[in-house]
Structures are given as structure tokens and as C-alpha cells.
Ligand binder design. Sequence first.
Ligand code: HEC
Ligand code: HEC
Length: 227
Amino acid sequence: MRRALLLACALAVTLPAAAAMPVGEKVAHGSNCFSCHAVDHKVVGPAFAEVAKRYAHQSGAEALLIHAVKYGHVGTWGNIPMPAHPDLSDKQLEEAVTWVLSIRPTSMRAAAGPAKTYTYTVDGKTVTLDFPVYQPGTKKVTKTVFRGYELFNSYCFRCHGEDAMGSEYAPDLRRSVINGMTDAQMTQIAMEGRKSKGMPSWAGFFTPKELNAIYQYVAGRAYHLVG
Ligand code: HEC
Ligand code: HEC
């Protein structure tokens, strides 16, 4: 009952206002940008907020970045290349880059509001997570956790084991979560892969949102919240 109440309250404040999405952000969502970038953390490519910060006072930045996205680029942020985007028109490129450059890291954080947490008690132990595992007032897992379960059991289980329990081929990801692996860290490892060790790269295949769902499922398993 207490948990149900807590979840209901949390939900009431997290409902976002139906803000219009900037046109450049729409272009980014319509293209493949978010399979390698996130706004506030590094994935395969740099956080868009970091890009905005780096070029904030540089004249001609817009033209430079349009060129980088259009023809592909490597070397400014590391040695992983960004592919070319011949499918985007010059107008779309300009809109996407203008949006990236408009991102303000501090206002991003402020707009997101204080972090919500969800507390569960399992086997007498308290677990606090920054996402809900169950739908409000029920023992039914959220759609995100369920999606994570589906994705895990389609793509990750053959190395990381049935129900995320690990196997002889790859580590038990529940352990990794308990040992402190965050959502952003898992996303980064999954996007980059560790080819020499047999962990494939999922860049271009999963969006960070899908990997986030996988993380939530694995964390639910790690803390015995998900059967
Ligand atoms: C396959 C992964 C991948 C995709 C897809 C991708 N990027 Fe990148 N992006 C990168 C990497 C890696 C870098 C860093 C390149 C470097 O070090 O110069 C980067 C760098 C950038 C930069 C900074 C470039 C610079 O010169 O500093 C911008 C802006 C950018 N990306 C925007 C986009 C946009 C917009 C899209 C979608 C249209 C996109 N990226 C799609 C991987 C990607
Ligand atoms: C073909 C086998 C294979 C598949 C499929 C696979 N992995 Fe892996 N994964 C590995 C191996 C092997 C390692 C250990 C790499 C190492 O030793 O650094 C690993 C390591 C990891 C790690 C790092 C764990 C840690 O604690 O360091 C994460 C996170 C991860 N995988 C996520 C995923 C996700 C998410 C999926 C599904 C989308 C997935 N993997 C699918 C083989 C695989």
C-alpha cells in the first residue's frame, strides 16, 4: 500500500508538459543520431551538450559541424569515426546542428528537475532506483522493463545467459549492476563493444533508450524485483 502510494505521487510529478520538440531535434530523431549520441552523456560519440560547450564561442562552428556530420568526421573527440550522412538535406543538417549548438548543459539539468527515486523492499533489504520497476499500485512490471526483458532475451541471452544469469561465454550482468555499473556505463560498453573479447558493438542497432530498457530489466533481476 505504501509503495503504491509512493509510486502514484511520483508519477503525478513526473508527467512532462507537452512541450514542442525543436525542429532540429526532430531531424536528429528521424535520422540515426541517437544510436551514437545522447544529449547529456557520451555514447559512441560525444554528448551533444559537450559539443555545444566546446563550440560555444567559436565563430564558423555551425558550418564546420554541418560539414562534419555531412561528410563524416574523426579525430576531434577520439579515434572512433562518425559516418557520413548523405541522406540528409543541407537544410536538415543545418537544423540538426543548430539544435545541438543550442543545448545548454545547466538548463538541461534544471529542466529535468530533481531526480526521482523509487524505493522497494525485497527480502528485508531496501533498494532505491531512479526508475520504477512496477506500474503504479501493481506488481506488473513497467512497459520499459518488459521491453528490456524482450530485447535481452532476443539479443543478449545467448552470451549473457538465460534470465541475465551469465554463462560460460560472458559475464553475469546482474553482478555488474550490483558492483555499480550505471545505465550510462552499460550503454557505452554495449555501443562500443569489446570486439577483442567477443562482446559485439550494438551501435546503429539499438538506441540508447532500448539499452536503457535492457538495463532496467537487468537491474530488476539483479535486485530480485523481476522474476
Ligand atoms: C555511428 C555513430 C554516429 C552516428 C550515427 C552519428 N554520430 Fe555524430 N559523432 C560520432 C563520433 C564518434 C563523433 C566524434 C568524431 C570526432 O572525434 O571527430 C561524432 C561527432 C559529432 C559532432 C561533433 C563534430 C566535431 O567536429 O566536433 C556532431 C555535431 C555530431 N556528431 C552530430 C551528429 C548528428 C546530428 C548525427 C545524426 C545526423 C550524428 N552525429 C550521428 C558518432 C556518430
Ligand atoms: C556474442 C556474445 C555476446 C552477446 C550477444 C552480448 N555480449 Fe555483452 N559481453 C560479451 C563478452 C564476452 C563480454 C566480456 C568482455 C570483457 O571481458 O571485457 C561482455 C561484456 C558486456 C558488458 C560489460 C560487463 C562488465 O561488467 O564489464 C556489458 C555491459 C554487456 N556485455 C552488455 C551486453 C548487452 C546489453 C547485450 C545485448 C544487447 C550483450 N552484451 C550481448 C559477449 C556478448
